[in-house]
Design a protein around this ligand. Structure first.
Ligand code: AP5
Ligand code: MG
Length: 216
């Protein structure tokens, strides 16, 4: 049976960090809407051009663009057995569209782990984050230093600092999360799918809590 999981949590909670580990362990694709947007930005596609201004301001890309992009990705054959969604859905309209899409294909969401981290920790994490150019793998000099400074452990590509990790943009992203995405917590709680995880623990402890929820 196909299994779909959604990682919810504020910017910097560790969604991307955990998704890479869990997806690898469970053999399901990691689908990060943020990574897909950044690939499109790098390749200067039409989609990238549409998303750019929103991302730079720390605002959400409009629902119609985002929903089409993610459902296209979910329609690819490697998602037949499920996937681990990171950063999507982020609004009630996206959540409704995802449920409708899965239902149409005879599939459903298995669980929604919420990675919970207090706001003051998020700023420290994001201001020190380094991201790999090839696949978006993330590092931090204090919390997850790469083996070779400036390069990704997994694919040896160069590390860079995301434009939207500037302090004012991070603060705006946290505000946007609280206003537009946090309502999804109650939405999934009511459906009995929400599983709260303490995201302020060490990376490996968060992983082991997540693996109690995500069945491989
Ligand atoms: P997106 O790329 O999704 O960014 P985000 O949600 O703001 O989340 P982040 O990637 O910043 O954080 P994360 O939780 O993945 O943390 P990470 O693991 O990297 O979205 C970017 C933009 O794209 C949006 O602003 C929007 O414009 C657009 N967009 C994307 N999806 C959209 C959608 N659905 N709708 C509309 N627009 C959309 O970790 C952060 C740092 O902390 C790293 O340095 C890491 O090493 C460190 N760290 C991780 N875990 C721990 C730990 N346990 N302890 C200490 N440090 C840790
Ligand atoms: Mg991320």
């Amino acid at each position: 049976m196909a299994k779909f999981y959604i990682l919810v949590g504020p910017p910097g909670a560790g969604k991307g960090t955990q998704a890479v580990i869990i997806a690898e362990k469970c053999g399901i694709p990691h689908i990060s809407s943020g990574n897909i947007f950044r690939e499109n930005l790098q390749n200067e596609t039409e989609l990238g051009k549409k998303a750019k201004a929103f991302m730079e301001k720390g605002e959400l890309v409009p629902d119609d663009i985002t929903i089409g992009m993610v459902t296209d990705r979910l329609s690819q054959p490697d998602c037949e057995q499920g996937s681990l969604l990171d950063g999507f859905p982020r609004t009630p309209a996206q959540a409704e569209a995802l449920s409708a899409f899965l239902e149409q294909h005879g599939k459903k969401i298995n669980a929604v782990p919420l990675i919970d981290v207090p706001s003051d920790e998020l700023i420290e994490r994001l201001s020190g984050r380094w991201t790999c150019k090839a696949e978006g793998h993330v590092y931090h000099p204090k919390f997850k230093p790469p083996k070779k400074e400036g390069f990704c452990d997994l694919d040896d590509s160069e590390l860079y600092q995301r434009e939207d990790d500037k302090r004012e943009t991070v603060e705006q992203r946290i505000r946007v999360y609280n206003q537009q995405t946090a309502p999804l917590i109650e939405y999934y709680e009511k459906k009995g799918l929400l599983r709260k995880i303490d995201g302020s623990q060490k990376i490996e402890d968060v992983t082991s809590d997540l693996l109690k929820v995500v069945e491989c």
